[in-house]
Design a protein around this ligand. Structure first.
Ligand SMILES: Nc1nc2c(c(=O)[nH]1)N[C@H]1C(S)=C(S)[C@@H](COP(=O)(O)O)O[C@H]1N2
Ligand SMILES: [Mo]
Length: 198
């Protein structure tokens, strides 16, 4: 991979890259609730809804055409495995600001994924420069179990915020707990502060 124009997630520059209570693995475990959805790329839609001037839907061809960034990140799963030096590629979350005008009343975003899965983020967390809608992992399209065709990657928070099989983003004024956040996980999820459970 071309290392020149890569966005390095800030945590990859720490002297000690392993947060408290975490153990390194070279494997890439698969974790999610339910089963891997079967995605028909011809039917696939990405929607931008909620507190925006005009709601939008993009089909797969339109989404594939969006400008992309490359990100280097570390993964920290709340179940205590961490995996360093992951390369992702896809549209930055900042692309949403070019696709839709977000109303000033919007303070949080709900990420929607196949099968009704959701996760929630504050707008500052969502728009961190290292957050992206990943389509490629290590220069190859995501595998179905890791979120094909599009997953969110939020490098600075525990990996449950990195929703797989993303279908859209919804801007809201009040925070709305997502799936894992309503099932005992912390609402924020900073691995360096061990914000694991609520
Ligand atoms: N759609 C969806 N995305 C999800 C989840 C889920 O249940 N559904 N689980 C999260 C959790 S808890 C983790 S740890 C990571 C695991 O990602 P991986 O299978 O690529 O390692 O996906 C996150 N994204
Ligand atoms: Mo997880």
């Amino acid at each position: 991979m071309d290392e020149d124009n890569i966005i390095r997630s800030p945590d990859t520059s720490r002297a000690n890259r392993v947060p408290p209570g975490q153990k390194l693995t070279n494997k890439f475990p698969v974790l999610h609730y339910g089963s891997v959805p079967k995605i028909d790329i011809n039917q696939w839609k990405f929607s931008i809804t909620g507190l925006v001037e005009k709601e939008r839907q993009l089909n797969f061809t339109e989404f594939v055409g969006l400008k992309r960034v490359k990100v280097l990140s570390d993964i920290h799963c709340v179940t205590t495995w961490s995996k360093l030096d992951n390369h992702w590629e896809g549209p930055s979350t900042s692309i949403i600001k070019e696709l839709a005008e977000i109303k000033t009343a919007a303070k949080f975003v709900v990420i929607h994924a196949a099968g009704g899965f959701t996760t929630n983020l504050s707008l500052p967390n969502f728009f961190e420069p290292d957050v992206l809608f990943a389509m490629n992992y290590e220069d190859k399209p995501l595998s179905p179990e890791h979120g094909y065709p599009v997953r969110l990657v939020v490098p600075q928070l525990y990996f449950w915020k990195s929703a797989k099989w993303v279908t859209g983003v919804e801007f809201v004024a009040q925070d709305i707990l997502g799936f894992w956040e309503s099932n005992g996980y912390n609402n924020h999820g900073d691995p360096w502060r061990e914000e694991r459970y609520s």
